[in-house]
Design a protein around this ligand. Structure first.
Ligand code: GLA
Length: 724
């Protein structure tokens, strides 16, 4: 709900409130964000009394912006903190003085031009649009706030319009700014690298600035575009826990900036370094959408984000459907395979109950290694596939299993027909030998003709083979970012234009192939962000397919993203990533909560392993809906205790709960592992599939469940509780 009471604005969701007011001078003063408040005694008490006036600070019309909590700030007026908006005007200075112009409540959730944004199917969301005018009159800034009541999320975005007669240069337009009255938080970001995504890193806030973000051209595995601000001592169920997310897949920036008077500013948006955008008269620039939530304890925050992403970000036919069990060819064959090999794997997959066969890299051009052929999507490698892609797909489908395909549309190999014909289509700085990543260059997706060419080729390929699933990969970061088609003083637009180009192509793909299941991938989880989830309901979580490493990676991922978005496959042992050996059953348990599949040669399994597959698939079909559609709880973290890991999901009707337990390190213990369960209905009686014991939800939650004793490393159990 959104209320405007004269100069006061109140945004409420089921459990949170966010408020600000317009000051006499026309600034937007932020007043509160947190748990819902009782404002029946009036909102005025929220306005802080000014207790000090910084000695050598600048005052403006009786206020000192250096120490005022603001909804938006820009440089040049005395606010010394990082700004949300910086524009170089026609006179060359960057002073902008935005003052309140007007506000209205829209009975809808507007889309953002060319960008992914949260949507509202039920038509219950309301949006507050506040506009501010720059005092010299040349710019209008619109701030948009939408409340997503049930998941306690508020989204923000901003639009800048050039009302003047001359172009201006936007140096930054971030998506959101939230000023907190205290600095008592930990800034928790999710950093990592290839094969070790989503490691939580906690930094204490205080005076000074903590900066996070990405500079790889994509949201990146180095830093997810998500930050948690948690009060010290926060755990799963206690403590203020704010989650800040960005629906954006390019370079991002997040910072917590503490001022000298105990306040903390959180900013989130497009990475400003290297960014600039020329805004011509009459044009608008849209900042991507940011989403924020506030929970009591990390579990509530996760639950809010999961609900938001599942209901308001993920779209299309697959939105609420448990995804097909797939068999992917990559770790079985890498680049080396024949049609016969593929069909053998697909047949075995089908016989064991899989629903989709995915042909990964290596099928096009002369792709014997990663040095060649990217870009030649139209040319099937007939040495490997003598009947062409269409021929192979037909045979696969004749087995009664769907056919999916890997592509990497944003890239080009120098050894390719495409590059020979269009060397200027790659990003590169004239006169410089470009850096290569995985031996490849990046196509200039800011250019329409490049996108059109790639799209036309993809469309032909997908239509020729009746492809029902696409894995869209992106395997290097962006360097040498210069376009042959942009004027010199517009090159700062290129990173963002590139991302808009990726969005445009994925949108076209979904429009032309509405039932298509798209899975994004970026050397694993290098572009795991809500922007991508707007196009693909699932993302390949990591190239690290070792079950033990995956526990930590998936825990970090699931703190932010729903289990239904995480690609998780059973892979071969010894692990291709780190050589570790884990039992087949445990690999199944670790993959089960995500989008399940097999990434190994099923024709090489032992009889014993083969015999486990029907059970794994039965569990996925039965409990996939609970993992993907229910409420998720972290019960124990192997990353923290070094011994065991447990997660559980409870169906929305609270009739079924599934507990996925993995005991990684076998140790002599003083007592068995006792886990208090969560999320059950206190009064309902539940029977444990493990012991047959029946207890009330309260009994399981407060008394806890004793985990079965198992010997050996990396053992585990799936335990189901059904209401009786
Ligand atoms: C990336 C992906 C892998 C696989 C390879 C193929 O590394 O993350 O899953 O598709 O590319 O080259």
């Amino acid at each position: 709900m959104i209320r405007i009471m004269k100069e006061f604005f109140l945004l409420e969701t089921r459990g949170t409130a966010y408020c600000f007011r317009v000051t006499e001078q026309g600034f937007l003063q932020h007043l509160y964000y947190g748990r819902r408040l009782d404002l029946s005694g009036g909102w005025e008490a929220l306005v802080p009394q000014v207790r000090h006036f910084p000695g050598n600070g600048a005052g403006l019309e009786g206020v000192c912006l250096e120490d005022m909590a603001l909804e938006v700030s820009s440089p040049g007026l005395g606010d010394l903190r990082e700004s949300m908006v910086t524009v170089r005007g026609p006179d060359g200075d960057t002073l902008t003085d935005f003052r309140f112009e007007g506000a209205e409540v829209l009975e809808e959730k507007p889309e953002l031009e060319g960008l992914p944004s949260a949507y509202d199917e039920a038509g219950v969301c309301r949006t507050l649009r506040v506009s501010l005018l720059e005092k010299r009159g040349g710019l209008r800034l619109e701030l948009l706030y939408t409340t997503f009541d049930r998941c306690d999320v508020i989204t923000r975005s901003a639009r800048l319009v050039n009302l003047g007669e001359k172009p201006v240069e936007v140096l930054r337009l971030l998506s959101s700014q939230v000023d907190f009255p205290e600095q008592k938080y930990l800034f928790t970001s999710f950093n990592g690298a290839w094969a070790r995504e989503f490691e939580a890193v906690r930094t204490e806030c205080g005076p000074g600035t903590i900066v996070g973000g990405s500079r790889t051209g994509c949201s990146s595995n180095r830093a997810n575009p998500f930050v948690m601000l948690e009060s010290r001592g926060t755990d799963e169920v206690h403590g203020e826990c704010y989650g800040f997310h960005l629906l954006y897949s390019g370079d991002h920036f997040e910072c917590a900036c503490g001022n000298a008077y105990g306040k903390l500013r959180f900013l989130h948006g497009i990475q400003p370094e290297g960014f600039s955008w020329r805004l011509e008269p009459g044009e608008s620039f849209y900042a991507p959408e940011a989403a924020m939530t506030c929970g009591w304890g990390a579990a509530e925050m996760s639950g809010n984000l999961h609900g938001f992403i599942r209901e308001h970000v993920v779209r299309g036919w697959w939105k609420r459907r448990v995804r097909p069990v797939l068999v992917n060819s990559w770790e079985s064959f890498y680049f080396r395979f024949t049609q016969k090999d593929l069909l053998r794997l697909a047949r075995q997959g089908k016989e064991l109950g899989a629903e989709l066969f995915v042909l990964d890299d290596g099928w096009f051009g002369r792709r014997d290694n990663d040095r060649r052929s990217l870009g030649d999507w139209d040319i099937t490698d007939r040495r490997k596939l003598p009947e062409g892609l269409g021929g192979l797909a037909k045979r696969v489908r004749a087995l009664g299993i769907g056919f999916g395909l890997w592509v990497e549309p944003e890239m080009v190999s120098e050894d390719s027909e495409l590059y020979r014909a269009h060397p200027d289509w790659a990003l590169r700085v004239p006169g410089r030998s470009p850096a290569r990543g995985r031996n490849q260059l990046v196509l200039d997706f800011s250019r329409q003709e490049v996108r059109d060419h790639i799209y036309a080729a993809l469309k032909r390929v997908l239509s020729s083979a009746d492809v029902s699933y696409v894995k869209w990969d992106m395997n290097r970061s962006l360097t040498d970012v210069a376009s042959f088609c942009l004027e010199a003083d517009r090159q700062g637009e290129l990173f963002h234009r590139y991302v808009l180009g990726v969005y445009e192509l994925q949108e076209r793909l979904l429009a032309d192939f509405p039932g298509l299941l798209l899975e994004n991938c970026c050397s694993g989880g290098g572009r795991f962000d809500p922007g991508m989830l707007y196009y693909s309901p699932q993302i390949w979580t990591s190239d690290n397919t070792d079950a033990v490493d995956r526990l930590r990676i998936q825990e970090g991922t699931a703190l932010i993203y729903p289990l239904s978005s995480m690609g998780a496959h059973v892979a071969a042992c010894p692990s291709h990533t780190n050589g570790r050996v884990t039992p087949f059953a445990t690999r199944g348990l670790v993959s089960l909560p995500g989008c399940f599949g097999y990434e190994l040669d099923l024709t090489k399994l032992t009889e014993e392993e083969l015999a486990m597959i029907p059970g794994q698939l039965e569990n996925y079909r039965k409990y996939g809906p609970v993992f993907h559609g229910g409420d998720y709880y972290r019960l124990a973290s192997y990353g923290e205790n070094g011994e065991y890991d447990a997660l559980m999901s409870v169906s929305k009707d609270k009739r079924t709960a599934v507990l996925d337990y993995v005991h990684v390190m076998s140790r002599q213990r003083r007592r068995s592992v006792l886990l208090p369960l969560r999320g059950l209905d206190e009064e309902t009686l539940y029977r444990s599939s493990e012991t047959g014991e029946v207890r009330s939800g309260a009994g399981w939650m407060y008394g806890g469940m004793v985990m079965p004793c198992m010997t050996g490393d990396s053992t585990g159990k799936l335990i189901v509780l059904e209401a009786v």
